[in-house]
Ligand binder design. Structure first.
Ligand SMILES: [Fe+2]
Length: 165
């Protein structure tokens, strides 16, 4: 069983790799991939880790982490409305990369060690829960994407096209 730090840190390294690939190639497919993977990662972290962190470890730190996720989500929405070949798109990807890298350093240097130290018993079980939830969120987001919707940003069911069904 992999622990939550191994799991989430592997995601972080993957984001760095994808951002590097985008910088080198400007490939819109890579940009789409990193946005999807960031959305999945952010939702799972918020659901499985931030509530716990807020309640048991550091409430202000959790609020800051949520604000940083929101910043990344807002940038992803901006990117979705842009022409991937434009200068603005590349500049926004750079902004997203910087925002994400800052956030990743804070998690790895502050949040994760504090979780381990303050709630070691819970931390030991988190990895399996996070891995399981990620499978569900990824399936949902890929399904949303397949029907042309932006990735869901909450765990609520996606809007029905027929209101009051
Ligand atoms: Fe995060």
């Amino acid at each position: 069983m992999s622990d939550f730090i191994t799991l989430l840190t592997a995601d972080h390294r993957r984001f760095e790799e994808l951002f590097k690939q985008f910088d080198e190639t400007g490939d819109p497919q890579v940009a789409r991939q990193v946005c999807l993977e960031l959305s999945i990662h952010a939702m799972v972290e918020e659901e499985m880790l931030y509530g716990l962190y807020s309640a048991k470890v550091d409430n202000a730190g959790a609020a800051e982490a949520r604000a940083e996720h929101q910043e990344a989500k807002d940038l992803i929405v901006v990117l979705e409305g842009m022409d991937p070949g434009s200068d603005g798109f590349a500049a926004t990807m750079t902004q997203l990369k910087e925002s994400v890298m800052h956030h990743v350093r804070e998690e790895e240097n502050e949040m994760f060690p504090k979780v381990l130290e303050r709630i070691p018993d819970t931390a030991a079980m988190l990895g399996a829960d996070i891995a399981a939830r990620r499978v569900e969120v990824e399936a949902q987001m890929r399904a949303d994407q397949a029907v042309g919707m932006a990735p869901s940003t909450t765990s609520e069911p996606t809007a029905s096209p027929e209101p009051g069904r």
